[in-house]
Design a protein around this ligand. Structure first.
Ligand SMILES: Nc1ncnc2c1ncn2[C@@H]1O[C@H](COP(=O)(O)OP(=O)(O)OP(=O)(O)O)[C@@H](O)[C@H]1O
Length: 425
């Protein structure tokens, strides 16, 4: 395998069987990797021989199988887990039932997203079309940070861009393959647990009914990536996701206590299997700065596309009167912080209309799939048709400038604002 940085320095690396070449590239730097001979994969997607793959702002590993030798990486256990899940799919197909619903949990930075990608890629390579669900609002791996999403894996996950080129750009182009998304609007679920659980429930219910109606994907089931929360709030979120998606396989990655707590909780529940897998030594911790940078990159990608598929967003003027901007009411104290029995009633999920447009400047907002006349109490039940960015606000003229991936009028007038801001650079 050959690696080349932007200064033109070339390195050739010989990869033994069952070993990984791990690399980290800064956002400002670029490296190219080329497979010269043999077979290798990145998070489950195979590399083609002789093709230059370019990476920037990424931490990843090139893995090679050949045959089993040492057990230095947990890849063989990931493969075995996939094979067991694959059997459940075959079984489901023969009885025309819903395939496995797999939930991957664990603390931050243990490789949950990577494992989900690996399992989705392996499933796809075996002809399956599982639904990939991301409940990780910090990451925005499929559309935007702040959203929970579901998308059918109908083509290979891109080596260089992850879901970037497949889902984000499809979404920006208003394609019908726009992933199903609901907008929560904050990075961490603990900021507003009630609202987070509400959007997860909505996503689960729509995803379940889509799957029930899609004979092609039904037996392939669902793979669910989660945020890395394992404190008291985290457990609540896990129980909730298990229930809403009728999860029957819980994969615990890299955390003994979490595993034994899950075993305790589910040992008497027929039909739920709890599996423990080790964290890969290659998983890298990402500091706050790297995560923020990753979020900015995701937001930018939504509007401007990726190096492989560039987009030019449209800038348009919108009258204050032509748009209804909503945000969730002031959360005085999250319910989780109040004494048992006392609830913050509905302020955590009650929308208030934003009338000070100044506060919208540089915000990312979700356009809700709701009719103009929709009751405000129902808006949070709406999925997302796309995202916009407010690049300028002119109070005098009562207009604002909006950046949108598609031309023409706003498709809907109700938009939901969260906490994500971004500065075009
Ligand atoms: N085997 C590996 N070699 C090198 N890098 C890896 C490997 N596995 C994962 N990584 C990288 O480590 C980082 C963390 O992995 P990942 O996003 O899968 O963890 P996570 O548990 O989903 O994180 P979180 O949920 O906290 O965001 C990512 O940048 C990923 O690309």
């Amino acid at each position: 395998m050959q690696g080349k940085n932007e200064l033109g320095d070339v390195r050739i690396v010989d990869l033994d069987a069952d070993s990984e070449f791990r690399f980290e590239v800064d956002f400002k730097a670029q490296v190219q990797i080329k497979l010269l001979k043999g077979t290798a994969e990145i998070f489950g997607t195979e590399l083609a021989t002789g093709v230059d793959y370019t990476f920037s702002g990424r931490k990843a590993a090139v893995y090679t199988w050949h045959e089993y030798t040492a057990n230095e990486t947990p890849m063989s256990s990931y493969l075995n887990t996939h094979l067991a899940i694959q059997q459940l799919r075959t079984l489901a197909r023969s009885s025309n039932e819903l395939g496995p619903r797999v939930l991957v949990i664990g603390p931050h930075d243990v490789g949950k997203t990577s494992l989900c990608k690996i399992m989705a890629s392996y499933a796809f390579r075996q002809g399956e079309k599982p639904l990939y669900v991301s409940l990780d609002t910090a990451e925005g791996s499929i559309t935007m940070p702040g959203a929970v999403t579901a998308t059918a894996i109908s083509h290979l996950i891109d080596i260089e861009e992850g879901f970037g080129s497949s889902a984000t750009t499809a979404a920006s182009m208003g394609s019908t393959t726009m992933p199903l998304a609901y907008y929560y609007g904050y990075e961490s679920p603990s900021e507003n647990v009630k609202m987070y659980n509400l959007v997860v429930s909505r996503l689960a219910s729509t995803a379940n009914s889509r799957l029930a109606a899609d004979a092609d994907s039904r037996a392939s089931g669902i793979i669910i990536d989660t945020p890395g929360l394992i404190d008291q709030v985290g457990y609540e979120l896990i129980w909730h996701a298990v229930q809403e998606f009728s999860v029957n396989v819980v994969v615990v990655l890299g955390h003994e206590r979490l595993y034994s707590d899950m075993m305790k909780k589910y040992k008497d529940q027929a039909g739920i299997t709890v599996v423990k897998l080790n964290k890969s030594g290659g998983v890298v911790e990402r500091d706050k700065q790297f995560r923020t940078q990753l979020q900015r990159t995701k937001i930018k990608e939504y509007f401007y596309g990726t190096p492989k598929c560039e987009l030019s967003p449209y800038s348009m003027l919108v009258n204050f009167n032509d748009i209804n901007i909503w945000r969730v009411g002031e959360v005085i104290a999250p319910s989780s912080a109040l004494p048992i029995g006392m609830e913050n009633m509905d302020s955590e999920t009650k929308l208030v209309k934003v009338d000070s447009f100044d506060m919208c400047l540089h915000s990312v907002m979700a356009i809700l799939d709701a009719d103009d006349s929709e009751d405000e109490g129902n808006l949070l039940n709406s999925s997302v048709v796309g995202f916009i960015y407010i690049s300028d606000v002119n109070d005098e003229k009562k207009k604002m400038t909006i950046l949108s991936p598609s031309p023409g009028r706003l498709p809907r007038r109700h938009v939901l604002m969260g906490a994500f801001k971004w500065m075009e650079t």
